[in-house]
Ligand binder design. Structure first.
Ligand code: S3P
Length: 194
């Protein structure tokens, strides 16, 4: 009996490119793309920022856990998760048992360039909203915050990753190609094809 096809999960810190790259990878693999944050915002009819502000991070992590469970039941897809999702043990367990996991990374300068004009991320809101004229000071504040968020996540990210790509100096298309190539190398012999 052939094994069910596996999902391809994209994990990594905010600004590493998961949501940008995911649709291209899905297109190449002829799969549906789900962005877990978008699914949550659509189903809950409010932004991630509003959920954090009104219900708190704990409630958001619960939504991530529940919504992922509903997506997992669908046909094998490409699924991008918010940066904190893999730190929820139930989510990490789901990722391990239902798919293969690509970890996206980037250096802090690159991440800063990608996130600094976007105020929709609640965990970085104050360091992106109040940048002022002191560019170096703004980056330093961001880097200190980002490192403290990443530090407890690092071991989880690396323990989960089947494949890692540093997106710092690659185009979205190049990252998508690398992940697609990785997905295509997976065979049924590996425990289930992508
Ligand atoms: C978060 C990352 C965000 C979003 C939420 C929390 C995190 O997603 O889920 O703001 O805890 O790192 P992206 O990684 O897509 O920015």
């Amino acid at each position: 009996m052939s094994k069910p096809e596996l999902h391809l999960y994209l994990i990594g810190f905010m600004g590493t490119g998961k949501s940008a790259v995911g649709p291209l990878v899905a297109k190449c693999l002829h799969r549906t793309f789900y962005d877990l944050d978008e699914v949550i915002a659509t189903v809950m009819r409010r932004s991630i920022k509003t959920i954090f502000e009104t219900e708190g991070e704990k409630a958001f992590r619960q939504y991530e856990t529940e919504m992922l469970q509903t997506i997992v039941g669908s046909e094998a897809a490409v699924i991008a998760l918010g940066g904190g999702a893999p730190t929820v043990p139930a989510i990490a367990q789901t990722l391990r048992t239902t798919g293969r996991i690509a970890l996206l990374t980037a250096d802090w300068r690159t991440i800063w360039d990608r996130v600094k004009d976007n105020t929709s991320r609640p965990l970085l809101a104050d360091v992106t909203e109040d940048r002022g004229a002191n560019v170096d000071g703004a980056f330093a504040r961001f880097a200190a915050r980002a490192k403290s968020i990443l530090q407890p996540r690092l071991a989880v990210y690396h323990a989960l990753a089947d494949f890692t790509v540093d997106t710092s100096s690659l185009s979205i298309e190049a990252v998508a190609n690398r992940i697609t190539e990785y997905a295509r190398t997976l065979t049924a012999a590996d425990g289930g094809g992508i």
